[in-house]
Structure formats: C-alpha cells, structure tokens
Write a protein that binds this ligand. Structure first.
Ligand SMILES: O=P(O)(O)O[C@H]1O[C@H](CO)[C@@H](O)[C@H]1O
Length: 368
C-alpha cells in the first residue's frame, strides 16, 4: 500500500490508501468562497476541494445557503423533498466528479470503517463527507463513517455510501432513503445495499452472508413508509409494486460469485425484516419474526430498496449475519453493536471480494 495525500483546507496530510493523491493548490483554494467551507475530498484515491466553489449548484450560491425549506422539515414523516431539490444535489455532485457510475453501493454497519473498508478499495476516488453535501443528513451511528465516495471498484465506476441513515437516529424514512434518489438522478441504475443483521434461521452462523430474496416491512405494517406524502410521478408511481424488489438476475449473479469464491457454505438466501430499533428485539419478538418466516433482522435497507424500486432502479441487498438472535429465555447472551461492527471488520476482505466480483458481473451484464 502506498501512502496517499489528502489535502485538508490547503494543508496536506497522508492516508494509507492506494494510488497517487491529487492535491488542491493555492489557486484552487482561492476559488473557495466561504470563509468556513465544508470539505470535499477528491483524487486518487483522495483529494479535497470545497463544494462552495464558484461552480456550485446555481453557479453562484451553495444550496446550503439558499435552498427551498423542505429539508428544514427534516423530521416530517412525509417526504417534502422535491424532485428539483434532489436534482440540484445530484447536479452538485456531477459538477465535481468526472465519472458517471451506474452502480450505487450502500455499506452496512462495520463494513464502512476507517481501515480496509470497501470505499478505500476504490481507485481514482472522489469523496464527499456528508456534511458537505447540500441537504444530506449526517450519520450519528458508530461504524458509519459518513462519506459519499465516487471511484472505480476494479474497473467499474461506482458511487458508494460509506455510512447510512437509520430511522432510530430520528430521521424519517424518506430522509433515510433520500440518498437513493440522489443516486438515481446521478444516473445510477443498480442499487447494491449491504447490512449487518441478526440471524434467526437455525442454519445461519455468525459471519455468514444472506442474499436477501424478500423482506417484511414491519415499519410499513405500522403505517410508515418512505414513500408517504405527496408522490412525484417523475420518481415513480403512487402505488409501486414491490414483490420483485430483489432482482432475480442479480441474485443469480451473486450466487455465481459465491460459487466462484468457494463460499457457498456460508452463503444463504433468505427473508430480511426491518425493525425500527435502536433497541434490539425481545425474545418474544424474535420468536414472532421466526414464525413469520424471517431469516434475518435489522434496522435498515428496506426503505432504501423501496425507494430504489419506486424510481425504477434494479436493487440487490445482502446481510452479513453479525450475531445470532436470542430465542431462549435461559440465555445470558445479549446482542450488542460492538460485536456487529467487529464481525463487519472481520468479514471485510470476503465482502470486498464478493462485492467487487458482483459489481463486475452487473457491469458486464449491462453491457450485453
Ligand atoms: O443495517 P446496518 O446499517 O448495517 O446496521 C445494523 O447494525 C446496527 C445495530 O448494531 C443497526 O443499525 C442495524 O440496522
């Protein structure tokens, strides 16, 4: 691994990733118009410039200064983020990156840490801390770094969310899933989401991978859905079908990848259910989910996939089984977030390989 430079507001630092750094110079910095600018990292793998530079959103103002008030109502359960606003965020990103990814990746808990993570495997990367992206929420959960990274995985251009947003953080579901719409308007056609999940299925072991073939949207049962609120047909229909949410073709490719990697013994296909969190489930709840046919449970992904399907994206998701769900009243085991993150880190090399190969297959399939 070579050491790459990162420029932070004109001063450079090093990081431990591959490639040659592109650094901002003084002239670039002069272009920055805010006294206290947010940071955007750009380069190979990383360099930084400021999103408030003169070529921003309307050529004049940063959207954080003058956007419509919709995201001020960030906690509204109803999606009030307009198409135009999402378009402006997408444009903001497109103005700052040259690559045009068709595949968007969301990294789950523990899979987006600061070392050895998938996003760090990207070459020629341009990385935007979430707080520098207009209207983006910021993650509050340990193990979720909070950067949007554009780059090449192998030779495939991708954009990668290094950290996601959860309902239990206080964000409404539409806000949790808002980056998916940004991906869509950036030009992404395929969403690939990963998550950490508790395993209910007796056959699953900690560290196994579950390709999601279907979900149970418990939050939806409780009357909550990312698509609630006014519908903009430019994104998709009022009543989208969701029964084919997890693309059968991509699932087939993922199973091929598992075979190629000789990890069939740890790879399954199953049903994921989302719960609100942040508390883990009670034994009675786990037993109920098991009786409903749930194989793994977590607190994310479903609202992202619903949003992706609504706007016509092909979606695929998998869970890393980070802990066994407790079903026994005699057990002293308690799930905890630390073990979730640890398992994500442990499985990082396998998952990186899995995703890299899958992304390549998807890209090749798109080209056919
Ligand atoms: O779904 P991801 O983001 O991977 O994270 C999972 O891990 C956390 C619990 O440890 C919860 O946020 C749960 O959803």
């Amino acid at each position: 691994m070579s050491s790459a430079k990162i420029a932070i507001n004109g001063t450079s630092a090093t990081n431990g990733t591959n490639g040659t750094a592109k650094e901002m110079n003084g002239a670039d910095l002069k272009k920055l118009k805010n006294a206290n600018p947010p940071k955007v990292y750009i380069g190979s793998p990383q360099k930084e410039f400021n999103p408030s530079s003169n070529d921003s959103l309307d050529g004049n103002q940063s959207p954080t200064e003058s956007g419509p008030p919709c995201c001020v109502e960030a906690y509204s359960p109803y999606n009030s983020c307009t198409y135009e606003l999402i378009e402006s965020v997408a444009q903001f990103l497109l103005d700052r990156v040259s690559i045009r990814p068709k595949i968007g990746i969301i990294c789950g808990s523990g899979m987006d840490g600061t070392t050895g993570c998938l996003a760090d495997a990207l070459t020629d990367s341009t990385s935007f801390p979430y707080e520098t992206i207009p209207y983006f929420p910021t993650p509050t959960v340990p193990g979720h770094m909070g950067r949007l990274v554009f780059g090449y995985l192998g030779d495939v251009p991708v954009m990668c969310m290094q950290g996601r947003f959860h309902y239990y953080e206080g964000y409404p579901l539409w806000k949790c899933a808002m980056p998916v719409r940004v991906m869509k308007l950036v030009g992404v056609t395929h969403l690939l989401a990963s998550n950490a999940a508790g395993g209910l299925n007796d056959k699953y072991r900690v560290g196994d991978i579950m390709i999601i073939k279907d979900h149970i949207n418990l939050l939806g049962f409780a009357g909550n859905n990312p698509l609630m609120g006014p519908n903009d047909e430019r994104f998709g229909p009022r009543f989208p079908a969701i029964n084919r949410a997890y693309d059968v073709n991509v699932r087939r490719m993922a199973k091929q990848v598992a075979t190629e990697m000789d990890i069939n013994n740890i790879t399954h296909e199953g049903v994921y259910s989302v719960v609100g969190g942040p508390s883990f489930e009670t034994i009675a709840e786990i037993r109920m989910l098991g009786a409903l046919g749930v194989d793994a449970v977590g607190m994310s992904t479903v609202h992202e996939v619903i949003t992706a399907r609504h706007c016509g994206m092909t979606s695929f998701a998998f869970s890393l089984i980070t802990n066994k769900s407790v079903t026994d009243y005699e057990s002293y085991e308690e799930p905890n977030h630390e073990e979730v993150i640890d398992m994500g880190k442990q499985r990082e090399p396998v998952l990186k390989e899995f995703i890299t190969r899958l992304v390549k297959k998807i890209e090749d399939d798109r080209d056919e």
